[in-house]
Design a protein around this ligand. Structure first.
Ligand SMILES: [Zn+2]
Length: 294
């Protein structure tokens, strides 16, 4: 048995073997992640943004994405980006100043070289080494460099940061899941803080000392209203005013009518059915009364 020309085939040319599972090209994968925008897959160029899941984006693409999500194929993967507040412009260290240090005639593949390096360890940001950014100042470092320094201040801009403000860039799927839950925690915390500040501001405007802040809000608002018409309560300290108002709240409904308002004239008051004359008027019964012969 042979092929044309009398060649003798070997066993591996005749026997069909199980196909090997498809493998990712590692270099292509790294390049896709570290040199291309996660949304548009275009090459990364300044200004580069990162979300809190550690993915890299072109600012241009993020703006386009926010304007029209239907243009992008995997828009649901980036649902955590709702505004420009959810992404941060990264503070990279350019590798250009390292070029003068290159010596010798060794071949350097410039296509695989990264534009950015770690300012501490001098490692290239090509995907070979793990890189992180800080959530306080958005400076980018290699994980190894950051570990070597062992400090809680950024060595580039001297801002303080805590350990949960380190976001790994292009992290593993497990890391991304963790980061996702951390985003929600952070958002909830910010919301509560904002609400607390708003409440404090409202109380400061009313003039109630912080000891009264534990009371319900309505009494403090009543205190503000009451202090205007009566001069005696206005002169009294705010603490007393709020106490007075608590007692007054029960009397209030019958107090606030047009008839006993001192600023209104009697002519104006007589227009209403609550005036003395109107109340004493004889009222015809609706069955016996004939409006034509009144
Ligand atoms: Zn910094």
């Amino acid at each position: 048995m042979g092929c044309d020309g009398g060649t003798i085939p070997r066993r591996d040319e005749l026997v069909r073997r199980k196909k090997k599972p498809e493998k990712k090209d590692k270099d292509a994968e790294l390049s896709a992640k570290w040199k291309h925008c996660a949304i548009s897959q275009e090459p990364l160029r300044n200004p580069i943004l990162a979300c809190e899941l550690g993915r890299l984006y072109n600012k241009e693409s993020v703006l386009e994405f926010l304007l029209d999500k239907s243009k992008f194929e995997f828009a649901e993967n980036f649902s955590h980006i709702k505004s420009l507040k959810d992404v941060h412009e990264l503070n990279f260290t350019d590798s250009s100043y390292m070029k003068c240090a290159e010596k010798g005639d060794a071949y350097i593949d410039s296509s695989s070289r990264s534009k950015y390096i770690c300012p501490i360890a001098g490692l290239e940001m090509s995907g070979k080494y793990r890189f992180v950014y800080l959530l306080k100042c958005f400076c980018v470092f290699s994980e190894r460099g950051l570990r070597e320094v062992k400090s809680d201040t950024c060595s580039k801009c001297c801002k303080k940061y805590s350990s949960d403000e380190i976001i790994p860039l292009n992290g593993t799927p497990e890391e991304v899941e963790k980061l996702r839950s951390r985003i929600e925690e952070r958002k909830l915390k910010a919301k509560l803080e904002r609400r607390g500040k708003k409440k404090a501001r409202a109380e400061a405007a009313v003039g109630v000392p912080p000891t009264e802040a534990t009371d319900d809000e309505p009494p403090s608002k009543v205190a503000k209203l009451d202090s205007k018409p009566s001069s005696s309560s206005a002169k009294a300290p705010p603490k007393v005013a709020s106490k007075l108002s608590l007692g007054k709240t029960k009397v209030k409904p019958e107090e606030k009518t047009i008839q006993n308002d001192p600023t209104k004239s009697t002519a104006y008051k007589s227009l209403f059915n609550t005036c003395e004359k109107a109340r004493n008027q004889m009222q015809p019964h609706w069955i016996t009364h004939n409006p034509l012969y009144y």
